[in-house]
Ligand binder design. Structure first.
Ligand code: PMP
Length: 424
């Protein structure tokens, strides 16, 4: 977080300037969208060659005819490429459909309907199932859990990951806490990466539930924005070392590597968990789209190929993040109204309003034409107790649109912030 200085000078004058700037913003009548972290068309163009692959070939390295049924675990050569990316041995990394979110969904549903390894009973037969949710966090994790009646328990985040004092206390005492949602690298939306100590403690902590699971959504594993390519500790390895091999469920995908709608999702875990998921997913599908997996393997070639490709993404994304940070500094630096994160990777910047009023800011921005993720979306049940967090997704708009949208957002922050300061 960038901490800003205390406000100085004439608040009334500042508010008057903010009102004037807001009028101008509205009069410009530009319609922009900063809601979701979608790749920009130029980023999708980077993987355009996928559309002409697999170029008349259909045979995998092991001779599998990719056009045919079968191969539930996914194409071995693609699993080899992504094993180091997701820190899962290739034999325990599954390549599945086009989305990791659907794998998370399936794991939750299967855990409700069939006992996970180590469970006494199915989660559907428990009186209560609860997941810990480090906040701010990813709204789709919350929505998925809510859909199945899983209670959500917020846990504060530090700049090293979830507050482990809180997590350890809750999981030690309460057997109804069955899981924790984690985005361990360049987290959505704060950009935080978990420290080694946090990963180690998550792996080691005693849990009252014998079937406790860490849902490790490593969506931004390869998505660096600076030369400091953050590496996190290998959770699966740490869990094994602490005698909790079945605790970790690892998810990832190429959604923000190749095509967001036509990539490949991955799942990795202990052998027992992998066998459990395969047994269930074998009832749902005869096998994944191996032709898509083959074209991905041909296109990316090897793990280094993934790194090289991600550098091309970085070249497009980094200027957008820098622009947002520059505008925030110019417009809000020194005002004492807001703090924001400076992520080293991922897709989001998290803006925190010192005096609250995020819903009001989002409403005003929307009335001026800029759509933002709803305030509260970063918290379970949409309930941000301080109404403080706004998620900024810089990837999709052009640089020109982004400058306009973030300047407008900052205008709304000034308007609401000074208003609140004056009414105190
Ligand atoms: N997890 C996180 C943390 C994300 O930010 C996103 C995309 N916004 C997803 C999962 C979705 O992944 P997929 O496209 O693989 O379903």
């Amino acid at each position: 977080m960038t901490t800003t200085d205390a406000p100085l000078g004439d608040l009334t004058g500042r508010r008057a300037q903010a009102i004037e700037d807001y009028r101008t913003l509205k009069a410009q009548g530009r319609v922009l969208d900063l809601t979701r972290g979608k790749p920009a068309p130029e980023q999708l163009d980077l993987a355009q060659d996928l559309l002409s692959l697999p170029a008349g070939r259909w045979t995998a390295a092991d001779g599998t005819d990719c056009r045919n049924y079968g191969g539930l675990k996914g194409l071995p050569e693609l699993r080899e490429i992504f094993a180091p990316v997701f820190q899962v041995p290739a034999e325990r990394l599954l390549a599945a459909g086009n989305s990791s979110l659907e794998l998370m969904h399936d794991c939750v549903v299967h855990a409700l309907l069939s006992k996970v390894p180590g469970a006494v009973r199915r989660w559907a037969d428990e009186t209560r199932v609860a997941f810990l949710c480090p906040v701010p966090g990813y709204d789709r994790h919350f929505a998925l859990s809510e859909r199945f009646g899983i209670d959500l328990v917020p846990v504060p985040m530090s700049d090293e990951g979830p507050d482990l004092e809180v997590v350890e206390r809750l999981v030690a005492d309460d057997p109804t806490i069955k899981g924790i949602w984690c985005v361990p690298k360049y987290s959505n939306p704060s950009g935080v990466s978990y420290s080694d100590q946090v990963v180690e403690r998550l792996a080691a902590m005693p849990t009252a539930a014998p079937d406790f699971r860490i849902l490790w959504d490593n969506a931004y594993a390869a998505h660096h924005l600076t030369d400091e390519e953050v590496e996190i500790l290998d959770l699966l390895g740490a869990c094994e070392a602490h005698g909790h091999a079945d605790r970790a469920l690892v998810f990832g995908s190429t959604s923000k590597i190749t095509f967001a709608g036509a990539g490949v999702g991955f799942f990795g875990a202990s052998q027992a968990n992998v066998d459990w998921l395969l047994a269930k997913s074998g009832k749902r599908s005869i096998g994944p789209d191996k032709v898509n997996q083959l074209r991905h393997a041909q296109f990316l070639r090897d793990t280094d190929g993934v790194r090289t490709h991600m550098k091309a993404h970085r070249a497009l994304l980094q200027p957008k993040f820098e622009l947002v940070l520059d505008v925030l500094e110019q417009e809000l630096g020194g005002t004492g109204l807001a703090r924001w994160t400076t992520p080293k990777g991922g897709y989001f910047i998290s803006l925190e309003l010192v005096h609250g009023g995020a819903s009001e800011v989002v409403r005003l921005a929307s009335e001026a034409g800029t759509a933002l993720t709803p305030a509260g979306a970063t918290h379970p049940y949409g309930d941000d107790p301080h109404d403080a967090t706004i998620r900024i997704a810089p990837s999709f708009p052009s640089l020109t649109d982004l400058r306009h949208a973030v300047t407008g957002l900052a205008t709304c922050v000034r308007l609401v912030g000074y208003e609140r300061q004056l009414s105190r």
